[in-house]
Design a protein around this ligand. Structure first.
Ligand code: AMP
Ligand code: MG
Length: 342
């Protein structure tokens, strides 16, 4: 299949019309969002879902997120409630995904066999225009080959999907760089199933209690009957071994500098001159979880292009604002952590 690659600029009415038609007719379109790029298909069409799983090489029990242009569009396929609308008022459009009971119209292939459906209303203007042009809700996981880092640029999508899907819309770099916060509603609040840019602290402004699923910080807890099925799979992995190192910055530098093979280091901007290994990649400011989230997946892809047999990175703190980063990087590292103490 020939993949059409469209660089979005102002206007583009004709491109959105065609992309919308591809989706309505059961085809797939990759598109930018504020979190990462999505691989979209008509959420009402079970064959579109099958095509998504095939293009990604994704296990079919890993459910897809259904995207809408406005929060109330979820009424057509999900059972909403007042908490959903309270959250929508604060965080939608934006990087929040809410799990709700599904209605019959959503095929089980979209939800990986579950009776619930994940709803998200993205804020990226291109994503919103595409959903509007399609006229149907758009089921979309991240547009990467399963197991690889999620794509944060059109180029990443092209690397993974060229020849497999009819169209890629390139809307520039994803602003956030990690996937949405996924929450399940509880009678007294909500549970974070996957952390993202919207943190527990922010959610606490809207709901009374925020719980965090065990699998968020402990990949081994995701094995049996996981609450969010995606969490049990190895994710985001670069080809070379990724090792997380905990401890002070100076202990980290000493450890990295004592390594004798070909290594790369994901270094904080503040101390990136302290390493003598051949490949030093700027992970962002030590004090900016936003910068580090923005850079992570792109850097993991860069690591696949350079000649190294090991990548060292700082183990992020397990605190609220770093939780999304912590969750992604421990999975990318297959939970390989070395603790040097203080
Ligand atoms: P992706 O968009 O590729 O990051 O994948 C979507 C992720 O959302 C899945 O891997 C699940 O972890 C989560 N998800 C989607 N639907 C549900 C659901 N019905 N219940 C729980 N988690 C879900
Ligand atoms: Mg994904």
């Amino acid at each position: 299949m020939k993949t059409e690659y469209i660089l979005l600029s102002d206007g583009n009415d004709e491109a959105y019309d065609r992309a919308g038609r591809i989706l309505r007719e059961g085809g797939l379109v990759a598109f930018p969002t504020e979190t990462v790029y999505g691989l979209g298909g008509n959420a009402y069409d079970p064959t579109a879902a099958e095509k998504i799983f095939a293009a990604k090489g994704r296990p079919s029990d890993n459910p897809l997120i259904v995207h809408v242009a406005r929060p109330e569009e979820a009424e057509a396929f999900a059972v909403t409630n007042s908490t959903y609308y309270k959250l929508a008022e604060c965080f939608m459009p934006g990087p929040l995904t809410v799990i709700l009971p599904k209605r019959e119209v959503i095929p089980k292939s979209v939800t990986g066999g579950l009776n619930t459906v994940a709803v998200r209303c993205p804020s990226h203007p291109a994503a919103r225009r595409l959903i509007e042009a399609a006229g149907v809700p758009v089921a979309a996981p991240s547009a990467n080959i399963s197991g690889k880092p999620s794509p944060t640029s059109g180029r990443h999508v092209l690397d993974d999907m060229n020849g497999k899907i009819p169209m890629i819309l390139d809307g520039g770099e994803s602003a956030i760089g990690v996937e949405s916060t996924v929450i399940r509603l509880e009678s007294d609040g909500c549970t974070i199933l996957r952390p993202g840019e919207i943190t527990a602290r922010e959610l606490l402004g809207v709901v009374e209690n925020v719980y965090v699923a065990d699998a968020v910080t402990d990949p081994s807890a995701a094995g049996e009957n996981p609450e969010s099925p995606g969490m049990k799979y190895r994710h985001y992995a670069p080809r070379a071994r990724l090792v997380l190192v905990g401890g002070s910055d100076s202990a980290f530098a000493e450890y990295v500098n004592s390594y004798e093979g070909k290594c790369a280091v994901l270094a904080y901007t503040e101390n990136k001159n302290e390493y003598n290994c051949a490949c030093i990649l700027d992970a962002g400011s030590k004090r900016s979880p936003e910068e580090q989230m923005h850079n992570l997946f792109s850097l993991l892809r860069t690591c696949d292009e350079i000649d190294c047999d090991i990548i060292f990175a700082h183990l992020p703190p397990k605190t609220d604002e770093y939780l999304a980063l912590y969750n992604r990087i421990i999975r990318a590292a297959g939970n390989e952590i070395i603790n040097l103490g203080e």
